[in-house]
Design a protein around this ligand. Structure first.
Ligand code: PEP
Ligand code: MG
Length: 538
């Protein structure tokens, strides 16, 4: 039995087998092949596997998202059977004596370029699809497993570290918990673990040994321990601990349908934070009053190209419709820093957290911003949408944003597309925004305090830097005074004020926030009922 300690990012106990996660990167290599017929047979087998994958993706999407979303996998299947595409690959292997990975990749690139140069919009759009199917076949050939987990049953994922884009691509149904050797408790990967509602440890003192693969283990997110190969006594103790925790969670279910109200009658809105459409299930199951932060940038992660207006519209529409009129606050793209997306081709920076990110990118690459705003406004007709803008530092930014919003609304009106009234707000997550919050409040309808970044910028501590985790302190008086000042100034200017950073779920501060006059707290869905309990006991 080996006991390791780590920093817990979500409570709960998970028991299962370890799966050692390796980075899923394939670097294309051109190899000379002697037995070309055997290489063609290897390609045919990979094509067959890719077709089966597309079949099961089609059925999964059909069940979870409906016919329209599932269609794309059918289209991919047809493309993978295209005679010209297949002939090109086979003859490249046969004539040029190259490996299948290389032939598929180059054929994919050539076909993609040909599609992209066509006039027909439908054919143009296929240029991404042909790249997608080629990548799928290459991954099969290279033994890279989609979602990163080659296991039939759910596992405890053990990794060196996980980036947010790797995390969003993992097959969640196959993960019981994750444990990383590195990583910070304040990173977006940790935030994603919370929204997935699985126990997770970061910065764990564990060796990443091949021999741990398949070994029984326990992740104790309550006390921050990772137990490899537990002895009988420990295993029994952990089973009891898991049951006790689950009982506690079941008790909380009794609060479903109850108000978030203190004993002296103060009512607070408790909303939930999400990163994708699947999270809405958890929002509804935990009876949140709305969505206080939809981190829309997760739509942009883990893909090869920008999501189109139509794709985004469908996503926002689904979230808004499923929330049935409850408020959904969509935060516009907050890319940059730890959330890197290759196709944005962001410049390498010395100091990315203080660099070209979030609203700075949107106000610079206005077309990307407008596409997102159009999608949100179109979707607003299906529920109660609000929009908030990240990383604001000045009044002029919000004035420019409002001009762009007006342009978008005018365009939609001219096109005869209807939309609803949408509340506009900003994230207060920079000390600059706090200091000018009185002026900012006159420009918007609400503030949402992002305590994760506000702590980082106030204390000058990089939230990603795991060696500073011990002094990254959101309870620092400077941070708390910033929060107080934001609430007071927000109210003075007529804006309501919420908190959507991780501090909102810290129930040791709930009373403090209520005394400060907070109107809303938005937390990971899994914390909604615990927070309701804390409010009702004040
Ligand atoms: C924050 O900074 O507190 C916040 C909610 O945004 P993110 O964690 O996505 O940066
Ligand atoms: Mg932030």
């Amino acid at each position: 039995m080996i006991i390791c300690s780590g920093k817990s990012v979500l409570k709960g106990v998970a028991i299962g087998k370890i799966y050692l996660y390796k980075k899923q990167e394939y670097v294309l290599e051109k190899k000379q092949i002697e037995d070309t017929e055997a290489e063609i047979a290897r390609f045919e087998l990979a094509k067959e596997t890719a077709t089966q994958q597309l079949d099961s993706l089609y059925h999964k999407a059909l069940e979870e998202a409906g016919e329209e979303q599932a269609m794309i996998f059918d289209v991919h299947k047809m493309m993978l059977d295209d005679g010209d595409y297949l002939d090109s690959i086979r003859s490249m292997i046969r004539d040029d004596k190259v490996n299948a990975e290389y032939a598929v990749s180059i054929t994919g690139d050539n076909f993609s370029a040909a599609f992209a140069s066509m006039d027909d919009e439908y054919m143009k759009a296929r240029s991404i699809d042909v790249l997608d199917i080629s990548k799928r076949v290459v991954n099969v050939l290279a033994g890279i497993v989609e979602g990163g987990i080659a296991s039939e049953s759910p596992v405890i994922l053990l990794a060196d570290d996980l980036s947010p884009s790797e995390t969003v691509q993992l097959d969640k149904s196959k993960i019981l918990a994750f444990v990383t050797k590195n990583g910070s408790a304040n990173s977006h990967t940790a935030i994603l673990a919370r929204s997935m509602n699985i126990p997770a440890l970061v910065k764990t003192d564990v060796a990443l040994l091949e021999e741990y693969n398949g070994v029984q283990a326990v992740v104790d997110g309550i006390d921050g321990t990772f137990i490899i190969n537990p002895d009988e006594g420990m295993a029994q103790k952990m089973i009891r601990k898991k049951m006790d925790y689950e009982k506690e969670r079941t008790e909380l279910q009794k609060l479903i349908g109850k108000d978030n109200v203190t004993t002296d009658g103060r009512r607070i809105n408790v909303y939930a934070n999400i990163g994708n459409t699947q999270d809405v299930d958890k929002v509804l199951a935990n009876d949140a009053g709305g969505i206080g932060l939809f981190r829309s940038e997760f739509i942009y992660l883990g893909r090869d190209d920008y999501p189109t207006e139509e794709e985004q519209f469908e996503i926002y529409k689904e979230v808004l419709s499923r929330m049935g009129g409850k408020k959904v606050i969509i935060r516009t793209l907050d890319i940059g820093a730890d959330k890197q997306v290759d196709y944005f081709e962001l410049p390498k920076e010395e100091n990315p957290a203080m660099g070209y990110r979030a609203i700075r990118i949107c106000l610079d690459r206005v077309n990307i911003f407008k596409t997102q705003l159009r999608a949100i406004y179109r979707a607003s007709a299906f529920g109660t949408a609000a929009i908030m803008f990240p990383m604001i530092i000045s009044v002029s930014e919000i004035q420019r944003i409002k001009e762009i919003v007006e342009e978008v609304k005018t365009e939609l009106t001219h096109e005869g597309i209807s939309f609803n009234q949408v509340e506009l707000g900003i994230m207060v997550e920079t000390p600059a925004a706090v200091m000018v919050s009185e002026e900012l409040a006159k420009e918007v309808e609400f503030f949402s305090i992002g305590t994760n970044d506000l702590t980082q910028y106030t204390l000058a501590i990089d939230r990603q830097n795991q060696s500073l985790d011990n002094i990254y302190d959101s309870h620092h008086p400077a941070v708390l005074r910033m929060i107080q000042m934001t609430i007071e100034n927000g109210h003075k200017g007529g804006a309501w004020v919420g908190i959507c950073g991780e501090l909102a779920s810290d129930t040791t501060l709930t009373k403090t926030f209520i005394d400060m006059g907070i109107d809303e707290l938005s937390v990971s869905p899994t914390y909604v009922l615990g927070l309701r309990k804390a409010i009702r006991e004040i």
